[in-house]
Write a protein that binds this ligand. Structure first.
Ligand SMILES: [Zn+2]
Length: 169
């Protein structure tokens, strides 16, 4: 279990976390999440104004996050009938999402390895570079980490267990 307090800042620095967030919620999602931390009930217009992220990108990311219970939305109608949507980051929702979708990756990796899939990793920089490389990619990189140049090593279930612990610390 990830502890539910100030862990988010740390998690948002991890390559594996950032990649997943960008893949799922859009390229500006990290900036959006950082901006929304500690704020609540912010309108799209304010987000756009404060962050400089294009409106379309803000709205797309917000809706995708709402779908995954990472963002809460409150609809506000004023006496003239104008509708404003007010957004709040659900930090517990975000942690749950990360636990399932990011850290769940380790469990899937173990299953793949146990089924005999050949994977490689860089023991020097797995937190900065991709967590693992397929056999084909490793071959293409001549079994050298494209990030730091170290030799890529075969990934085993035991190593995945260790990596998972490290990442979840
Ligand atoms: Zn490396």
């Amino acid at each position: 279990m990830i502890s539910r307090n100030a862990r988010l800042d740390e998690l948002l620095e991890l390559n594996i976390v950032r990649k997943r967030i960008v893949d799922d919620f859009g390229e500006d999602a990290i900036q959006l999440i950082r901006y929304m931390r500690g704020r609540s009930e912010v309108s799209d217009a304010n987000i756009v104004q404060d962050t400089g992220i294009p409106e379309k990108s803000v709205q797309k990311s917000l809706l995708k996050m709402q779908d995954r219970n990472v963002m809460d939305c409150k609809k506000l109608v004023d006496d003239k009938g104008y509708i404003t949507y007010l957004w709040s980051l659900d930090e517990n929702g975000l942690l749950e999402y990360l636990e399932k979708n990011v850290f769940g990756v380790f469990d899937e990796l173990i299953i793949q390895l146990e089924e005999g899939v050949e994977l490689y990793y860089c023991s020097s920089c797995s937190k900065e570079s991709p967590l693992y490389f397929s056999y084909e990619d490793s071959l293409a990189y001549k079994f050298k980490c494209p990030n730091c140049g170290s030799k890529l090593e075969p990934l085993t279930p035991e190593i995945v267990h260790k990596l998972k612990e490290e990442y979840m610390k």
